[in-house]
Unconditional design. Structure first.
Lengths: 417, 819
């Protein structure tokens, strides 16, 4: 029975050995214990010895070949014995001469030389000019500040949080309104970076005034989304002759609440704005109206469904009723429906003496800020979400609004009571 | 140190000669007839069969490693296997008379030793005890596969259980003794008195003395044997372990009833080779390992050289030496001569020895020789022996087959959490034994306790700052925490250099000398490796220990013990062992280059160590208390700069009662809003000074967060502070490169990126040697460095002129020059 001789595994990590030298060749007579070959691992040279005596019937793999461990490298037995079942894969009786390796050669015949990776120029600048700290970037986006335009006071001209805040506090319009110390709630709230749910935070009774405006969770959502959307907001202004409004108001006052319902100038402006919305192309599609009114509890915004179907008196009553309901609710208002779906907001948020008021657009397509009436003139600002309402739409609307205000009596007749 | 032992000049200068006595080699000359008076024929046959079992156990491993198959069972073993084929007689002889209460520690080549010890223990334990051990060990996980093989009796079942557990462990299976986490070189099984083997050469040499110390201090029966090789006597820790074991004080100063010298035997399995280096004639000069005994003490360690190629001389030696140890006259050194036929490891080509030498040893093979002896003297017949051997071989094969079967003996899956789960035990043990803790007087009468009573524990007294001498300081805090645990846990001991009489080099232990007997607080030799090694050995036997390294710089002298032993045994034993060691390490001040280093980074990098660094009295007491109640090894850093500092932060002062601070929790020492200063170590006080400057000159409010620990570390409060302020400077006295603060800075960048107004900046010591005390301001972080860094890298301060170069260009220059 022929005896195959396997290459032993001489070491933990040894997977293959190099046949360094055949001591016995095919045809040699060997005794048990004779050295048959010298093999090399990466660490040392070993001898393969004959486990039995007999004749070398075959040797596989030439000197220099790399052979996996446990592979049969030669066979000892009696001449004439069958050896086919012991022939290893990848080997054949090599005798002398022809190179035969158990392993496929690599195509280029040797180790590939890799080129070293490009090393960046160590002389290059360490910091880039006009860098922005991550915190500054975040604060800038929260407050709609264009940080790229800022000069930084940090190391290497880096724009820091303090630079963004300084820019924010010195910007007109929204910035000024919201940094008004009479409105500590909103200012503090909106600059607090750790604010998850605006609506809930702002229902804190320690936050007066504007804070209460945002009691409603739907507005909270709107505000939050406005913050994160970054707002491509544009503002447009127009002034209108408000003498018609003033005349009507004088009549209402002189007749007194017993004779006529107390329709305010704000109501009149709201009525005009709704008229102007009808047919004002893009804005017409957003004719779900909300009205923001100042109350003793602060600013309250209410949604007025189907506002365009209401007469002036009905509109006035509706606004009053909704505002009172929301205002009377303790803490969070019960009916969130009041605010859902509004897409155009008419805001009388400005207090007395504010000539012009540019509101932040928050969830609506547009917000109309109504200033106070002075010398029979009134300032109006329209802030639009630039993705929805462009300058042309805004201009047309404001023109229509101006016209409606200046001819308010006519439009009242037109509408009917 | 003890005043009772006087160094008398006239005595010291007397003319004399140092005498040595003879050390016997191969003195055994008993005949089988004489031995049959002590051992029955069955005993002798059992010795032989144990040797055969070991031979077959290892032969199977050798075949598998080199051929990948044995008796038709194919298996590829990927891990190590250091075999000792040829050394069976020495192993069997060593174990034969040892009982389960005798504990052996081994080397990387200890399969034979653990099998022999197990077989011996199994013979001595009754069936009930054996069944309890097997059914309770990991809830019977090892027993179940073996029970199915239907052993004829409990003893045979136990033998199979052990062989199966050993193979499983070697093959990294869940059913191994250590769930596969120890492997061939660390396998052990303590119910049979088999304690950890060690991949580090001589590793057991510094650990085993700690185990012997445990037996001595806690009056436990039995001896400890360290089975280590001849080359291991070149290792420092082995010499230190011997020195530690041979201390005079066990007999001159310790209480007599305790029992005297440590019950430890250093048993050299002398097989004439390290890996391939040859001690005799090449790498060492001793010629005979036994010679070393003559250099250690007047008893010459009762050293003897015996023939390890025959079990009987070895058993004879062990009988006599075990008695020496039990009589309190230890330690003992035995030089057991043996030889391994197998190579050091499977990659050993035996290029360092000739085939002729191997052949000569094959000719005197111990198994064949002992077989002939038994047959020739009529102890047993050829047929009986061969039949018995065949049965033993078959059992080995069957256990091997079970152990390689992946269904019976699975490995944990690649996504298993096992390793992470066993790195720390996170346990809590009030006391490791129930006897009364020993004191020389009640703690309340202790002079130090009384002195502390008069101290002020709050930051101020009547609105005034407290003078240093009256302030309750960091030293007092550590003392109080330790005294509490000394009074609760009778196993707790403390040792190190200058611990007793001197009161510890930094006076933390002042008063403990009067309170505690020697065996609970003693001076060790100047042998850092033995100090930490003994703590490891003491702890893994089941006792609580506080070891002290006088200077952090000395950690290098205990390198292996800290990096490879203290940190790893809990995990390598898969949670079988705990390591309730507190290693107190003191960071130097004003003592120059080799006595001022803060090595927190080194140990926080080694998995398995908890690393803490409290620097206020309140923190020190709470954290030392927590460390002393736990079961994990804690490297407890202290700073010599601030031992005398009183409590400055806790308004209510340091409580007199017991309390713990969870290890790994940082604390906010000063709340602020504009930027965060994060510190580890006494840099806290530097940050306080910087914060005062920032407030006064620039109106900036700095929040100061004291990490208090390096590992584990709770990042939640750290991230919260940085998210709030957006700016953080991390300050520590350790050299900046690779420091703990760099790791924290990197993690904070991950956690707080979007809230950062500037990069986290690390201010550490220069990457230099520490200069002289007079020049230390050039090396350690100063308050002005912190302001410079803030100005340069984070927030330019109006009108500020930096005094040091904190630019990024300077960072590049330093790193390029490696300093």
């Amino acid at each position: 029975m022929a005896t195959p001789v396997e290459l032993p595994k001489s070491g933990n990590t040894v997977e293959e050995c190099l046949i360094a030298r055949w001591i016995k060749r095919t045809g040699d007579i060997v005794s048990a214990g004779d050295v048959l070959a010298e093999v090399e691992t990466d660490k040392a040279t070993f001898e393969i010895t004959a486990p039995v005596g007999g004749t070398m019937l075959a040797t596989f793999f030439d000197e220099g070949a790399l052979v996996p461990v446990f592979t049969t490298v030669c066979i000892i037995g009696t001449p004439g014995e069958g050896i086919e079942q012991h022939i290893p894969a990848g080997g054949r009786d090599s005798g002398f001469g022809i190179r035969d390796s158990a392993l496929p050669q690599s195509p280029d015949g040797g180790a590939r030389i890799t080129t070293p990776a490009q090393i960046p120029n160590p002389e290059s600048q360490i910091t880039t000019a006009s860098a922005l700290s991550p915190r500054a970037r975040r604060v800038a986006s929260e407050h709609g500040i264009d940080a790229a335009a800022l000069a930084g006071t940090g190391p290497g001209g880096r724009v820091l949080e303090r630079d963004v805040r300084a820019a924010y506090e010195s910007s007109p319009g929204v910035g000024r309104v919201l940094s008004d110390p009479a409105m500590p709630g909103v200012g503090r709230v909106l600059s607090d970076p750790a604010m998850p749910d605006v609506g809930r935070v702002l229902s804190d009774p320690a936050m007066p005034d504007v804070g209460r405006v945002l009691l409603d969770p739907a507005i909270g959502e709107h505000l939050a989304s406005a913050r994160t959307s970054g707002g491509a907001a544009s503002s447009f202004h127009i002034s209108a002759d408000a003498s018609g409004i003033a005349r009507l108001r004088a009549q209402i006052e002189s007749l007194g609440p017993k004779k006529v319902p107390d329709v305010t100038a704000a109501d009149l402006i709201a009525f005009c704005a709704i008229r102007a919305l009808v047919g004002a192309s893009v804005l017409d599609g957003f004719r779900r109206v909300a009205v923001t009114s100042p109350t003793p509890r602060g600013l309250i915004t209410v949604s007025v469904p189907d506002a365009d179907t209401l007469s002036l008196v009905a509109l006035s009553a509706r606004i009053r009723e909704l505002t009172t309901t929301v205002s009377a609710a303790k803490g969070r208002p019960a009916a969130a429906d009041n605010l859902s779906g509004a897409t155009f907001t008419i805001s009388h948020a400005a207090g007395a003496g504010i000539e012009r008021f540019t509101p932040a657009v928050a969830g609506s397509a547009a917000v109309l800020g109504v200033g106070a009436i002075r010398n029979d003139a009134i300032e109006l600002s329209l802030t639009c979400d630039g993705r929805i309402v462009d300058a042309v739409d805004a201009t047309r609307f404001l023109a229509a609004l101006k016209d409606t205000i200046e001819h308010v009596e006519y439009h009242l007749i037109l509408r009917g009571s | 140190m003890p005043k009772s032992i006087v160094i008398e000049p006239s005595r010291v200068f007397t003319r004399e000669t140092i005498r040595f006595s003879e050390i016997p080699a191969n003195a055994y000359d008993k005949s089988i007839r004489e031995e049959l008076a002590q051992y029955s024929p069955d005993d002798l046959v059992a010795m032989w069969l144990d040797m055969c079992a070991i031979r077959e156990f290892e032969t199977i491993l050798n075949e598998i490693k080199t051929k990948g198959v044995y008796e038709g069972i194919s298996y590829t073993h990927a891990g190590p296997a250091h075999l000792s084929i040829g050394q069976e007689a020495a192993a069997v002889g060593m174990a034969f008379l040892l009982g389960p209460e005798d504990h052996v520690f081994g080397s990387h080549r200890s399969h034979g030793e653990i099998l022999a010890k197990a077989f011996s223990a199994i013979r001595q334990l009754d069936d009930a005890r054996l069944m309890t051990i097997m059914t309770t060990y990991r809830d019977g996980a090892l027993l179940r596969p073996v029970e199915a093989t239907r052993a004829p009796n409990v003893r045979e079942l136990a033998r199979r259980f052990f062989v199966y557990g050993a193979y499983s462990e070697i093959f990294a299976r869940e059913t191994g003794f250590n769930r596969g986490l120890g492997g061939s070189m660390h396998a052990f099984f303590s119910p049979f008195g088999i304690y950890p083997n060690n991949a580090i050469v001589g590793g057991s040499g510094s650990i085993a003395p700690g185990a012997a110390l445990f037996k001595r201090v806690n009056r436990k029966p039995g001896i400890v044997v360290a089975n280590i090789g001849d080359s291991s006597f070149g290792c420092g820790p082995v010499w230190e372990g011997i020195t530690f074991s041979a201390m005079d004080q066990y007999r001159t100063l310790w209480d007599v009833p305790l029992g005297g010298g440590l019950p430890i035997m250093f048993n050299c399995m002398n097989n004439f080779y390290g890996m391939g280096g040859q001690p005799v004639g090449e790498t060492m000069g001793m010629q005979y390992i036994a010679r070393l005994g003559a250099g250690v003490n007047p008893e010459q360690m009762h050293a003897e050289r015996v023939n390890g190629y025959d079990p009987l001389p070895v058993i004879d030696a062990f009988r006599r030496k075990k008695q020496v140890l039990l009589d309190g006259r230890g330690p003992v050194l035995l030089d057991t001569v043996t030889y391994r036929i197998s190579g050091h490891s499977p990659s050993d080509a035996s290029s360092y020895r000739s085939k002729e030498e191997i052949e000569r040893w094959l000719a005197v093979d111990s198994i064949r020789a002992f077989r002939s002896k038994l047959i020739d003297h009529g102890v047993a017949t050829e047929d009986t022996l061969d039949a018995a051997r065949a049965t033993v071989d078959a059992t080995m094969l069957e256990m091997f087959r079970l152990a390689v079967d992946l269904e019976v003996s699975p490995r944990v899956s690649i996504d298993s959490s096992l390793v992470g789960d066993v790195m720390f035990s996170n346990g809590r043990v009030e006391r490791f034994d129930d006897r009364a803790p020993e004191f020389l007087h009640p703690p309340s009468e202790n002079p130090r306790v009384q002195q502390i009573r008069g101290k002020v524990r709050t930051p101020t007294a009547n609105g005034q700052p407290v003078p240093k001498m009256k302030a309750y300081n960091v030293r007092d805090a550590i003392f109080e925490a330790m005294l509490h645990r000394f009074a609760v846990d009778p196993t707790m001991i403390a040792f190190g250099e200058e611990n007793r009489d001197w009161g510890g080099a930094f006076a933390v232990y002042r008063g403990l000398t009067e309170a505690l007997p020697y065996h609970r607080l003693f001076n060790s030799p100047i042998s850092e490796a033995a100090i930490v090694g003994a703590a490891v050995g003491y702890a893994l036997e089941g006792g609580r220990v506080v070891a002290e390294l006088m200077y952090a710089d000395f950690m290098g002298r205990a390198g292996d013990e800290i990096f490879n032993q203290l940190s790893k045994w809990q995990a390598m034993s898969a949670g079988q062992l705990t390591m309730p060691v507190v290693l107190r390490v003191s960071v130097g001040s004003k003592y120059g280059a080799q006595h001022s280093q803060d090595f927190t980074a080194l140990v926080h990098h080694v998995p398995g160590l908890k690393v803490v660094y409290p620097v206020t009295p309140y923190d020190a007491k709470g954290m030392m208390s927590a460390a002393l109640a736990g079961t994990d090894p804690v490297v407890f850093f202290e700073s010599q700069k601030i031992y005398d500092v009183g409590e400055m932060f806790a308004a209510d002062g340091v409580p007199e009662s017991y309390y713990e601070i969870a290890l790994g929790e940082p604390s906010i020492k000063r709340a602020g809003t504009d930027l965060t200063l994060m510190t580890l170590g006494p840099a806290l006080y530097t940050a306080v000074a910087a914060a005062q400057e920032l407030e006064a000159r620039f109106g900036l409010s700095a929040e100061i967060v004291d990490l208090r620990a390096a590992n584990p570390l709770n990042y939640e409060p750290l991230a919260e502070s940085v998210r709030k302020t957006g700016k953080v400077v991390l300050v520590g006295d350790a050299v900046e490169r690779g420091s703990v603060m760099q790791t924290v800075a990197a993690n904070l960048t991950q956690l707080c990126f979007d809230d950062l107004d500037g990069p986290p900046v690390v201010v550490g010591s220069r990457n230099w040697i520490t200069p002289a005390a007079e020049l230390e301001a050039m090396f350690f972080p100063q308050p002005v460095w912190i302001l410079d860094a803030i100005h340069e890298r984070i927030l330019p301060l109006p009108g500020y002129q930096p005094s040091t170069n904190q630019t990024l260009e300077e960072l590049i220059r330093r790193e390029k020059s490696g300093i």
